[in-house]
Design a protein around this ligand. Structure first.
Ligand SMILES: [Zn+2]
Length: 279
């Protein structure tokens, strides 16, 4: 599932090619993804100028003239493919296509259809039903140790689970929560209500650094944030703990001093951590 760094990379790739362009046509190949598409979407997008892009959590907002924003969410399995316009060769599971007068073709591919597309007034970006409850953006000044402490106070769930709650902080998923907790030296099993204070003060910069490093990896491994095949957003990145069960972490010499990185499960999802350095 794409998390904040992947979505940010997708957004930068879109902005590099589509910003300033005009939509020649939009085509829907079905009536819905996770939810029905807004009525008349194809006609409403036709002729619209693309003013710019914004990311909010894992959502992309394509700002159009006329005070409208096109919301894109990749869900569990969604991918965006961007390339030169071509004869209409169908791509499997491609549900939405947008072409610009400048010759670009954007396809939304989503086999599991947990993604979302909506059209909303730009002034409603903060109140839209999918965006209103989102917590602070972790790379912006609004994300602070004091605010995180307040959001975690009284929560009895593991900190791993609490950080996946998009109301606590926007944009994190399974991978980057594991990575940030490792950087902060905090056990994913620790009850969230014990994190406020000194641990939260370590966690905020750890989250920021984890995300910033991942975005930088996307920028350095992709040309203008797009893969050679036109896919947006994914990139090679070396995790410190994620997917590394049984291996030594960078702080530890390995067995017998440290049993190595462990895998556990919270809310049905894998978590990776070092039981020696994360407390
Ligand atoms: Zn270790």
């Amino acid at each position: 599932m794409p998390e904040l760094p992947e979505v940010e990379t997708v957004m930068r790739g879109l902005a590099a090619r589509l910003q300033g362009g005009r939509i020649a046509r939009a085509v829907l190949h079905r009536a819905d993804l996770r939810w029905p598409f807004p009525p008349g979407l194809e006609a409403q997008l036709r002729g619209a100028r693309i003013l710019g892009f914004r990311r909010r959590g894992k959502y992309i907002l394509m700002r159009l003239d006329g005070g409208r924003s096109l919301l894109l969410h990749l869900g569990m399995s969604g991918r965006l493919l961007l390339g030169p316009a071509r004869p209409n060769l169908p791509t499997p599971h491609e549900h939405f296509v947008l072409e610009t007068e400048q010759g670009w073709r954007l396809g939304f591919v989503d086999p599991r259809r947990f993604g979302a597309i909506d059209l909303l007034p730009t002034v409603a970006e903060t109140t839209h039903r999918l965006l209103a409850a989102l917590g602070p953006e972790p790379l912006e000044d609004q994300f602070t140790a004091a605010g995180l402490s307040a959001a975690l106070a009284g929560r009895r769930t593991p900190i791993k689970t609490a950080l996946l709650d998009q109301r606590v902080v926007a944009g994190l998923g399974n991978i980057y929560v594991s990575e940030a907790l490792f950087r902060a030296g905090i056990s994913p099993n620790r009850s969230a209500h014990t994190v406020p204070g000194a641990r939260a003060a370590r966690l905020v910069p750890a989250i920021r650094e984890t995300l910033t490093d991942a975005i930088a990896a996307g920028g350095s491994s992709l040309r203008d944030y797009v893969q050679p095949d036109g896919e947006l957003g994914y990139f090679q990145h070396a995790w410190k703990v994620y997917g590394r069960a049984g291996l030594a972490c960078e702080h530890c010499p390995g067995p017998p001093v440290c049993p190595g990185i462990r895998r556990t499960v919270h809310s049905g999802r894998s978590t990776f951590y070092c039981s020696r350095t994360q407390r």
